[in-house]
Design a protein around this ligand. Structure first.
Ligand code: ADP
Ligand code: MG
Length: 648
């Protein structure tokens, strides 16, 4: 190659250098996956150029046969993977190859930092993967030459993985490298015992391609030479005849889309490879769903539930969607119209035979097929999750831990709500270590219980000890603990399940027990309230700035007081969240409830006409605020009163 400019030396970022060092010394046993990484990058680059060419017809020029080539030179110990894809500009090489921008990789680096330099956590590579850099597991030097489809000059990148790389501009007029990218690995010494097979062996490469990259949509071509002995007209070998060497291009992969093949013929590993190819996630999927819709609309779909949430799952403008194929041709990647937002963690493809090949994004959006496909897929995914929940509760629990928060968002969609409700998992008072579904909750409901109860709060510890739940505990009524921030929003959509109202345990009034018990409790409470009417009024007056009502309750068994909301009030946590997010809203006053059977009530009764009542009222209120993890209205006054009380 003739270089027009001097090679420039660049240092890798510290993290990249560290990563490369890890790659070079990796003990990871599954080194052959470097090849599928390079092929996968080539395939992505071919997808891009094909896509661009749809609107820019000159882009491909004469070079229209999109393919990936593998070349080996056992003498020089090199392996080259090349493609005539989109290629990279110099800037792109620096961006994509010289730095580590991917969040997954950053996470890997965090883990590395934690693990210290001495131990080599070999399986970390298997967990996160580092695409292109995996070449350094098998090579001691990597050279990449690339020319972007719309540029004249090519860029050469070279590194031995030792902390730096060189960049050099190549003069294409002199050299004419074609469009695309060539990655040449200078292979490490082969040593079968050390787990370093000889990757310059064409047969080995053919085998690796077959097992990891068979479905790739472009031909992966290898030049193969075979010996042919001379034969006569009958096809019999000629005695002392000549042996000819014949060299020809052989395509190593079947290119058959994996979703077209009968499901029984596809192994789990093959599905996992395909999942990896489209998702760039190194973990195998938790579940593969392969379906064919036949009837009014016809399409095939291959869907994957990942086993781990990506770090960016909760970013607002995170790309999501499925790859859309029309008659096996990729039309659009990550097409978000194919999935509702609450299933945005799903990966996969849809292949439709009802859409025209040259459909524009605009027209696609208006196409009723897409909407039908989305509905169909949503239903199938929720069905699958339901089956998983029933048949493999541990697998479902893991899924829920990763993606439950996203699924909850779907409750706002009224078409999905009824299918989603049984899928929800809650922590509850029934078992501190296990989550429960609404179905199981209903199965455990106490005698006479007609409603489902929940409490929202910042943590399990807080809600577990909430005084508001004392009566629930005494009567052994299970309460769902909603302690995830998104639960506050979800709670707004929890109204009914299995014909049973779902209610907050800390809003409105509660009467527990069967009809008889409830009637009795109500009457007793009414009597007690009349008895203490004057006291309640005085308390109300002195707490007027803080609460909208002071009343007696049958909800408490041990504590003297607690705070509750009216039926349609926002919870204090939701109120705080909304205010933190900048919403302007008046402070919502709450209701102070007192335990009529607590000795403190007698004490208050005695203090009724004295000056001490206001202080006691204030302490009572402050205590109730503290019990639910709220902010004290007047900490200085609280402290002073507490000190006085302790001295008494
Ligand atoms: P990923 O493929 O997950 O993005 P990689 O480490 O495998 O991560 O590749 C990093 C980036 O380098 C790719 O996203 C792509 O932009 C660029 N790249 C790698 N190989 C090629 C190639 N053969 N052609 C064009 N770009 C490439
Ligand atoms: Mg890659």
């Amino acid at each position: 190659m003739t270089a027009t400019a001097q090679a420039e030396t660049h240092a890798f970022q510290a993290e990249t250098a560290r990563l490369l060092d890890m790659m070079i010394h990796s003990l990871y046993t599954n080194k052959e996956i470097f090849l599928r990484e390079l092929i996968s990058n080539a395939s992505d680059a071919l997808d891009k150029v094909r896509f661009e060419a749809l609107t820019n017809q000159d882009l491909l020029g004469d070079d229209t046969e999109l393919q990936i080539r593998l070349e080996t030179d056992p003498e020089a110990r090199t392996l080259t993977v090349s493609d005539n894809g989109i290629g990279m500009t110099r800037e792109e090489v620096i961006q994509n190859i010289g730095t580590i921008a991917k969040s997954g990789t950053r996470e890997l680096l965090e883990k590395l930092k934690d693990s210290g330099a001495s131990d080599q956590p070999a399986d970390l590579i298997g967990q996160f993967g580092v695409g292109f850099y995996s070449a350094f597991m098998v090579a001691d030097q990597v050279t990449l030459i690339t020319r972007h489809a719309e540029e004249d000059s090519a860029t050469q990148w070279q590194s031995s993985g030792d902390g730096q790389y060189t960049l050099q501009e190549l003069d294409s007029a002199a050299d004419q490298p074609g469009r695309g990218t060539r990655v040449t690995l200078h292979l490490k010494e082969a040593d079968a015992e050390e787990g370093q097979p000889d990757y310059s062996q064409p047969a080995l490469l053919a085998q690796i391609v077959k097992s990891h990259s068979d479905f790739v949509a472009y031909p992966i071509v290898q030049e193969q030479t075979r010996e042919e002995i001379e034969r006569d007209d009958q096809g019999q070998p000629v005695e002392d005849g000549e042996t000819k060497s014949i060299t020809e291009d052989v395509t190593l992969n079947s290119m058959q889309p994996i979703w077209i093949r009968p499901q029984a013929d596809v192994t789990e590993e093959e599905y996992a490879e395909f999942y990896h190819h489209i998702s760039h996630d190194w973990q195998p999927p938790a579940k593969t769903i392969s379906l064919k819709a036949e009837g009014r609309i016809e399409f095939s779909t291959l869907l994957f539930i990942p086993s781990q949430a990506p770090p960016n799952l909760h970013y607002a403008n995170q790309d999501f969607g499925l790859h859309l194929y029309v008659k096996r041709v990729l039309i659009m990647e990550n097409y978000d119209e194919l999935l509702p937002r609450y299933l945005r963690f799903m990966k996969g493809i849809v292949d439709s035979s009802d859409l025209p090949l040259n459909i524009s994004r605009q027209r696609l959006q208006e196409d009723r097929h897409i909407k039908q496909i989305r509905q169909w897929i949503s239903r199938r995914v929720l069905d699958t999750l339901g089956t998983m929940q029933e048949e493999k509760p541990e697998v479902y629990a893991t899924f829920w831990g990763q993606f439950g928060g996203v699924l909850k968002e779907g409750l706002a969609d009224h078409t999905a709500k009824s299918a989603l409700l049984p899928l929800l998992m809650f922590s509850s008072s029934a078992d501190p270590d296990k989550l429960t579904s609404l179905v199981d909750y209903v199965g455990r409901m106490a005698e006479g219980q007609e409603e489902i109860y929940f409490i929202t709060g910042d943590s399990r510890a807080l809600v577990e000890n909430a005084p508001q739940l004392e009566k629930f505990k005494a009567k052994q009524y299970e309460v769902l603990y909603l302690t995830d921030p998104v639960d506050e929003f979800m709670a707004q959509y929890l109204d009914k399940f299995d014909d049973k109202p779902i209610k907050s345990a800390v809003k409105g009034t509660v009467e527990l027990g069967d009809e008889e018990e409830r009637k009795q409790a109500e009457e007793t409470l009414k009597k007690q309230s009349e008895q203490h009417a004057k006291l309640l009024e005085s308390l109300q007056k002195s707490l007027d700035d803080h609460v909208k009502e002071v009343r007696l309750t049958s909800r408490l068994t041990d504590s003297p007081s607690c705070l509750v909301g009216s039926e349609f009030d926002l919870s204090p946590q939701l109120e705080r969240m909304l205010r933190d997010s900048g919403a302007e809203m008046p402070t919502q006053k709450r209701i102070l409830e007192l335990n009529p059977n607590h000795p403190l009530l007698e004490k208050l009764q005695q203090l009724q006409d004295s000056d001490g009542l206001a202080d006691h009222a204030f302490m009572l209120y402050s205590n109730a605020v503290l019990a639910e993890g709220g902010d004290l209205p007047d900490p200085a006054r609280f402290n002073r009163l507490l000190a006085e009380l302790m001295l008494k």
